[in-house]
Ligand binder design. Structure first.
Ligand code: GLC
Length: 628
């Protein structure tokens, strides 16, 4: 059962689709109070209780023992002591003797102290008093998830080819570079469906433009690639370059479509192209305008996009730079002691994503000026909505691949997400695994990490092990940052090992796509913590390195360097499959703990007794799978 409580005058985030009559928060069943204009609620936890949720967030599947913040943040260091990533997924669930879920529908900051200050207490601080809060009860965690998911609406389903293997890099600078990637994959006989175009395909990083020099005759080029079975996926950034004569900028300025400063002038901040203006995506008219701009690219045959920098990321403002330079000038010639030196360093480091800049940005909501900080967490989601609304109108559901970096619950209806700028670290294999069920609870089914890791240099074994997890993530994309070592599968020795892994993905696509569609249709999770399925099994309840996949399987990737395998816990008897290219090794394993050996070119998969997983012949492109 779901009960809605309303406090004050909430901004309509459109996260929830179902209608609920609202009660006053005075009746909210958890202990609550207002302090300094903030609504705080809290609950006690028994030592064995688990708290799930928060979608894309740092740390474990069980969120206990840390303090998190809902604040979409452009932070490329996903270390375990961070409190936010790029998303605000305000749903948590307590699983113990008491079971309930809570969704806080509030677009500004929320702090989730889940056993950080006091081990057995959760305290949630909503930084305001205008919000809706939904309290969800059910007998089992999955019942709570299903009710919540039914309330927020069906998850986005991408086209089938979006389940193919995807290669990305910042950047393939021109068409020759893209051609080379495709040729190399073909030569190595490694399946591939998509190649990504990062910011350099644009003319000076201007949205909806193409650099003629880098990609001449783009439309013909796109269709040539399509004939080769390859989809090109361009990036779209939130910031619009401030440049006289640039159509999008001129139009946005003239029509008043950009976010404003308090004095009514356009708010500006630096991103990749230098100074940018930021479309006010919270205004439906602006969404329609910006969404319609994707037509420039869909008219050229493009059918997939990734929306980026939409937290929004602000590298600097003119005011910020000015005061930092002033500070530096004042210190010129001085003997910089500890506080002066680090103060100076922090001033420059603090230029990016500075709270003062966000505080000087305003939106127009129903002809009222609203400060950005009050709606920060729905900015990116509304950029994606702009695109999603256009695609749905123009092409119908499920035709265009779309995923975003920033997100809020509700955006799961029109798009997927990727987990942003991770690192080529072994620990990030597990971070990806842990975010999958949490994201699924919040409706985001089409998701995945940058396989191989985005920042810093990857090793061959890391990429192989990362890909072996990626075989199961709906978005299977290898992406890496500017200046890092090449990370395409053919860049390493013995590319046939990579072929073995990626072919397994293609063998599983009919199964995975079907499982995905079912999960979307039934408001189910594609990935579940083991504790959902084996609530009375104390080992399963604690497991954070394995996941249940759909109704049939369990996955357990190898996540340590130089390991020939891993320990795995089977909560029931299962068939252990080692999949590699077209080869399958089978072993029946009994309930309990086992050490399993997994070679670098193998994908481990566990199938429950009495269940089956269909495997098809591998192909080079999803189109050859002949699935209608
Ligand atoms: C951001 C994105 C990353 C992209 C880069 C350049 O860091 O998260 O994926 O490659 O910008 O566009």
């Amino acid at each position: 059962m779901i009960t809605k409580y309303t406090s004050g005058n909430p901004i309509n985030t459109e996260a929830v689709e179902e209608h609920f009559d609202a009660f006053s928060t005075e009746e909210f069943p958890l202990n609550h109070y207002i302090k300094n204009g903030k609504f705080i609620f809290e609950f006690d936890m028994q030592p064995d209780d688990i708290v799930y949720g928060l979608g894309e967030a740092p740390r474990g599947i069980n969120k206990r023992g840390w303090i998190y913040e809902s604040c979409c943040t452009d932070d490329p260091f996903h270390t375990e002591t961070k409190s936010s990533l790029y998303a605000a997924h305000n749903f948590i669930m307590l699983n113990g003797i008491r079971k309930f879920g809570v969704f806080v529908d509030f677009p500004a900051r929320i702090r989730w102290d889940i056993g950080y200050t006091l081990q057995n207490k959760t305290t949630v601080t909503i930084e305001g008093t205008d919000f809706d809060i939904y309290f969800i009860t059910g007998d089992k965690p999955i019942d709570i998830v299903r009710q919540f998911r039914a309330a927020i609406g069906k998850s986005y389903v991408p086209p089938l080819w979006a389940f193919g293997y995807q290669q990305s890099r910042w950047s393939y600078h021109n068409s020759d570079a893209v051609d080379r990637v495709i040729e190399k994959y073909n030569e190595a006989q490694i399946p591939l469906d998509c190649v990504y175009l990062d910011i350099d395909y644009m003319d000076h990083y201007k949205d909806f433009t193409i650099s003629e020099e880098a990609f001449p005759h783009f439309k013909e080029y796109v269709s040539e690639k399509r004939r080769q079975g390859i989809h090109l996926i361009p990036i779209i950034d939130a910031g619009v370059k401030k440049e006289d004569g640039y159509e999008i900028y001129e139009e946005g300025k003239e029509k008043g479509y950009f976010c404003k400063k308090a004095d009514g002038s356009d708010f500006e901040a630096g991103v990749w192209p230098g100074m940018c203006c930021f479309p006010d995506f919270l205004d439906p008219e602006v969404r329609e305008w910006f969404g319609g701009k994707y037509k420039v690219l869909t008219d050229m045959g493009i059918d997939g996009f990734w929306n980026d920098m939409n937290e929004p990321a602000l590298f600097y403002s003119a005011e910020g730079i000015e005061s930092a330079l002033e500070k530096a000038t004042k210190l010129k010639g001085e003997n910089l002691d500890l506080s002066k030196f680090f103060g100076l360093k922090d001033t420059f480091a603090g230029l990016s994503n500075n709270q003062n800049d966000y505080a000087s940005m305003y939106h127009n909501i129903g002809s009222k000026q609203v400060n950005h900080q009050c709606v920060h967490n729905i900015y990116g989601a509304n950029m994606t909505k702009a695109a999603g609304e256009y695609f749905a109108k123009e092409f119908g559901e499920g035709k265009i691949l779309m995923f975003s970096r920033a997100s809020y619950i509700g955006a799961h209806r029109s798009s997927g997400i990727w987990f942003g700028d991770n690192h080529s670290w072994w620990s990030h294999i597990l971070l990806c695994l842990k975010m999958l069920p949490s994201a699924n609870m919040c409706g985001f089914l089409y998701c995945g990490s940058d396989l191989g890791g985005f920042n810093e240099n990857a090793t061959r074994d890391l990429v192989l092990r990362f890909l072996a997890l990626g075989v199961f993530t709906p978005l299977m994309r290898n992406h890496s940052a500017l200046g890092t070592r090449d990370q395409e599968c053919y860049s390493f020795e013995n590319p046939e090992d990579f072929r073995d892994i990626i072919q397994v993905r293609y063998r599983l696509i009919p199964y995975l796509y079907n499982a995905f569609r079912k999960a979307s249709k039934n408001n189910d999770m594609l990935f579940r913590p083991l504790s959902f399925d084996y609530p009375d099994d104390s080992i399963a309840r604690e497991c954070e390195t394995q996941l249940m996949l759909s109704e049939e399987c369990m996955i357990a990737p190898v996540y340590e360097q130089n390991a020939k395998g891993r320990m795995v816990y089977l909560p029931e008897n299962m068939t252990f499959l080692r999949l590699s290219g077209e080869r399958v090794k089978k072993q029946e394993l009994e309930r309990g703990v086992h050490y399993i050996e997994v070679a670098l070119n193998e994908v481990p998969l566990f199938v429950k007794k009495g269940k089956e997983v269909p495997l098809v012949k591998p192909v080079m492109r999803t189109a050859e799978l002949n699935i209608l």
